[in-house]
Ligand binder design. Sequence first.
Ligand code: CP
Ligand code: NVA
Length: 306
Amino acid sequence: MPIKHFLQFKDFTRDELDYLFARTRWIKTEFKAYRRYWPLADRTLVMIFEKASTRTRLSFEAGMQQLGGAAIYLNTRDSQLGRGEPVEDAAQVISRMSDVVMIRTFEQDIIERFAGHSRVPVINGLTNEYHPCQILADIYTYIEQRGSIQGKTVAWIGDSNNVCNTWLQAAEVFDFNVHVSTPPGYEVEPERAGLYGTDHYEEFADPMEAARDADLVTTDVWTSMGFEAENEERKRDFADWQVDEDMMAVAKSDALFMHCLPAHRGEEVAAAVIDGPHSVVWEEAENRLHAQKALLEYLLLGRIAS
Ligand code: CP
Ligand code: NVA
């Protein structure tokens, strides 16, 4: 049996994702009722971070503990990973001592190479190109709040980064539309985004037009981790790409606002929006925990008969 990894969103079929969301709902309900569920007793998750994190680390570490397992944190600064050990060698060793590995790193190629030499499932905890665990939680949150996302319009305002690319992959899997507005020079690169085609997204020069009649408006930082040298230039280039109250006003009246966090109020989003009535950012962040518990369960145990 080939090992199942979650390296980008399209690694999972619509059927698998629907199954994961059903499990997420059940796992969340049990957790909220303080009912113990320990299917991963004696299993170990290794988490490798080459970039900073609050939510991803916490949700994977807490999630693994809540499922009865253990999580070990490694980072580049104080492991041999930062001293030039080949990623293929690290994969051989780490995957002989653990049951599942989560990696947050730079190029997608690094995680692909790790997975190619791993004996256990590998999960992408964010790369320069993708952030599949984030969109797992985001789509679960949309469904929880509003029902099916099929046929809906998601407005992406800002950088065509890892989170944007993953929304675009998800649009192909779940058959919804993304209206993307980026400043000139920051447009979507379909090949880098790993898309099958261009049917599920449309690019808008004017962010207000992208947001018009949207069911969900979402954005992310102007400067992602690893691109800090471009920060000042990006602040200038993205100044007109802030999600503010005027922009939310042209979206549907019941539109949701999402942000993967951390956010910069006054840059990509106005405080009145992220702290306002359309915002579901705290539910979205919490659902990282529940959705990833379902992901860990699926990768380690397969489908649970219900
Ligand atoms: N959204 C997200 O992945 O947050 P962290 O960088 O805090 O993990
Ligand atoms: N696009 C951001 C997401 C952080 C969770 C980054 O890569 O830094």
